[in-house]
Ligand binder design. Structure first.
Ligand code: AQP
Length: 333
């Protein structure tokens, strides 16, 4: 059976980018013919500074976001990464398989470390190795992610291939990234050339899953656009990142293609399209955020669900780690 793994970092509140690029697609992909494993990757979050109390709250918020969006904990495994210590153990092995030159090519490290890379944590540099461990820990065959994670999934394949080759085994699968649909790259509302991030400087550049209806309407109203309005066909979006982004967001939320969105509002002005987009976003997100808030009122219940998920995850992870240690030659008494 195909096995799906994916994760989200608790490095701030969930955004519309995390929803359209990840969670919504996971929910749409759920099927009885697949095993699904979803993780709040707290060990990844701490590669940059996290306030300890906010990290715990953020981990619960991610769990609540997944549950409220329709991830079913009976049919999917849902947990937080640090409760399955095998991830960190396998990451160490992969640190010894991956090459420094491979890490040097990772664009996310360059973006996040900025100009002063010397001051970045060693963990931020080794981030892709831990991500490879997350995925390969379960021999996952498919990883649904946003466009920004494509390079890391390719590196995961490189690590699997080198491990298999170095030790002369066919042990780790070559995992496929699944990057489809209009929501795989949601952009910043104030700058259409940057992606929407949880930890961006201004709250106006993103829609948070917990934003109320007025805030969502205000943010779309103030979103950067150009004077042209919507074109008559999608070709008219070329070279207009902000306009394209709003059309893509509409398409992602409405389960439509960008072509269908344009066909519904050909040549519309922003004064027409932005309020329609805000109404659609509120209609889709309000039931989810209401349910998230309800779940977050009972943190103990979320913690119980995560602990149960971690237990199920370890049942898969432990034998794979043991076998890996054996292949590498680490003695088990
Ligand atoms: N803007 C986005 N558009 C589409 N997909 C996105 N994802 C994140 N942002 C967008 C997808 O969400 C999943 C979880 O991402 P993550 O939280 O682990 O890491 P990230 O991509 O670095 O997210 P952020 O929001 O930008 O966090 P910060 O600001 O803390 O770095 C992934 O599948 C990702 O592709």
């Amino acid at each position: 059976t195909p096995r799906v793994f994916s994760g989200i970092k608790p490095s701030g509140g969930l955004t519309l980018g995390n929803y359209l690029g990840a969670i919504k697609r996971w929910v749409d992909m759920q099927s009885p013919d697949m095993e699904n494993i979803y993780c709040a990757v707290d060990l990844h979050a701490i590669t940059v500074w996290q306030d300890p109390a906010a990290l715990k709250a953020g981990t619960r918020e991610i769990a609540a976001g997944m549950l409220a969006s329709g991830i079913d904990p009976e049919n999917s495994i849902l947990f937080n990464q640090s409760q399955v210590p095998e991830h960190a153990q396998l990451a160490w092995i992969f640190n010894c398989v991956a090459r420094v030159g491979w890490m040097n090519r990772m664009t996310q490290f360059k973006d996040k470390a900025g100009k002063n890379a010397e001051k970045a944590s060693l963990g931020l540099y080794a981030y892709p190795s831990l991500m490879a461990a997350d995925i390969l820990m379960y021999h996952a065959t498919h990883v649904p992610v946003g466009e920004d994670q494509k390079q890391h999934v390719e590196l995961t394949r490189d690590i699997a291939a080198k491990f298999n080759n170095d030790f002369g085994v066919e042990f780790f699968p070559l995992t496929e990234a699944v990057i489809e649909g209009p929501g795989t790259r949601v952009m910043n509302l104030r700058d259409g050339t940057k992606k929407m991030s949880k930890s961006g400087d201004s709250d106006m550049e993103r829609i948070n899953m917990l934003d109320d209806a007025d805030t969502i309407a205000k943010k779309f109203k103030k979103a950067k656009t150009d004077p042209e309005g919507l074109p008559e066909t999608v070709d008219g979006l070329v070279g207009r990142p902000e306009a394209k982004n709003l059309v893509d967001i509409y398409a992602g939320l409405a389960n439509m293609s960008p072509e269908q969105v344009i066909a519904q509002y050909p040549g519309a002005g922003w004064g027409t399209f932005k309020p329609a987009l805000a109404d659609l976003a509120v209609a889709k997100l309000a039931p989810i955020s209401d349910e998230m808030k309800r779940l977050m009122n009972d943190p103990a219940e979320i913690d119980r669900k995560l602990a149960r998920g971690a237990q199920k995850a370890r049942e898969i992870a432990t034998p794979i780690l043991e076998k890996t240690y054996d292949i590498v030659g680490l003695l088990r008494a």
